[in-house]
Design a protein around this ligand. Structure first.
Ligand code: AMP
Length: 306
């Protein structure tokens, strides 16, 4: 996407320097963070603006990569100090991982401020950061057509009231199965989705890992399987890539109805499946829209054949 026009989609989240160990490989100090994955995925579809923070130690090559992908960086703040660091190790089956280190650094005092050109963006994705900061972003936008919010167990545990407040102001909430259960106190996903819809969003999107994802509204429920991968290297950021691709495809369609969201889910799922083929943004950096569209067609054909 060319980076001269005001963004159609604005995404806020974390920028991290990650150290990741899988059973086969260890990678030190690579580019990560929720906003990094989400903006990279969205960049295949629409002009996307990044809202986040990095420290003065942030390598120029990462910024250059985002620029090459056409991501608008006017909302990226640089603060004196070190960039957020995260380190995790995956178990043998890669289903579970353990966080070894979380160093907030400049993220600790982050206050997202939107450039003027971002405030009229019709699509907004509030990536996983403290609910108070997500609210602060919502206060700065004028009248977005569609707002997606992501969260994690940490905020459900320590900032539940603020999270409920901000979820009530969004159009769609995305979270994974275990978070949906934690947030609502029920084991039944159908019941959990009902309780979450009761908080105000029109749609709830529950991610079920290898089992795909489920979109629920007050009228209907729709599931898609995960794209089946022959191999993958690193699942870090898959949820952010999925959500970024989904919002990019939705913003590109200009619509906000259920049919458009279903279609966008397929794009999100396919983009995330590419992302996990390599560490960090390495695969997304070489990806193009033709490859995404081809895999979407293949995905649709395999579903019809089922
Ligand atoms: P995911 O695999 O979706 O959990 O996303 C992983 C990314 O989230 C990594 O690249 C980390 O840099 C980033 N991350 C890890 N912990 C946090 C946290 N507490 N807050 C914000 N971002 C985080």
């Amino acid at each position: 996407m060319n980076s001269s026009s005001a963004p159609t989609l604005v995404i806020v989240g974390s920028v991290g320097i990650d150290t990741i160990e899988t059973p086969r490989e260890k990678r030190i100090e690579i580019l990560g963070g929720s906003v990094s994955y989400a903006c990279a995925a969205a960049s295949f579809f629409v002009q996307t603006g990044m809202v986040g923070v990095v420290g003065t130690d942030f390598p120029a090559e990462h910024r250059e990569l985002w620029e090459r992908m056409g991501i608008d960086l006017a909302g990226l703040q640089t603060e004196e100090g070190k960039t957020f660091r995260w380190s995790g190790v995956y178990e043998e089956n890669m289903d579970n991982r353990e966080t070894l280190v979380t160093e907030l650094n400049v993220f600790e005092t982050f206050s997202p401020e939107l450039p003027e050109a971002y405030r009229d963006a019709p699509y907004l994705f509030l990536g996983n950061i403290a609910p108070a900061l997500q609210l602060h972003v919502l206060e700065q936008v004028h009248s977005p057509k569609f707002v997606l919010i992501d969260t994690m167990d940490l905020w459900i545990n320590i900032a539940r009231d603020e999270l409920v407040e901000v979820v009530g102001k969004c159009d769609m909430l995305t979270l994974n199965e275990s978070e949906a259960r934690l947030f609502t106190g029920t084991d039944s996903l159908a019941e959990a989705a009902d309780i979450l819809l009761g908080m105000g969003p029109r749609f709830v999107l529950i991610k079920k890992g290898e089992s795909g994802s489920m979109l629920v509204s007050s009228e209907t429920s729709f599931s898609i399987p995960a794209y089946k991968l022959d191999y993958f290297k690193d699942p870090t950021g898959a949820g952010d890539t999925f959500a970024g691709g989904l919002m990019g495809a939705l913003a590109e369609s200009g619509k906000v109805d259920e049919e458009a969201i279903r279609r966008a889910m397929v794009y999100g799922s396919v983009t995330a499946a590419f992302g996990v083929e390599e560490f960090s943004l390495e695969r997304l950096a070489t990806l193009d829209r033709i490859q995404i569209d081809a895999r979407v067609e293949e995905f649709k054909a395999s579903r019809l054949a089922e």
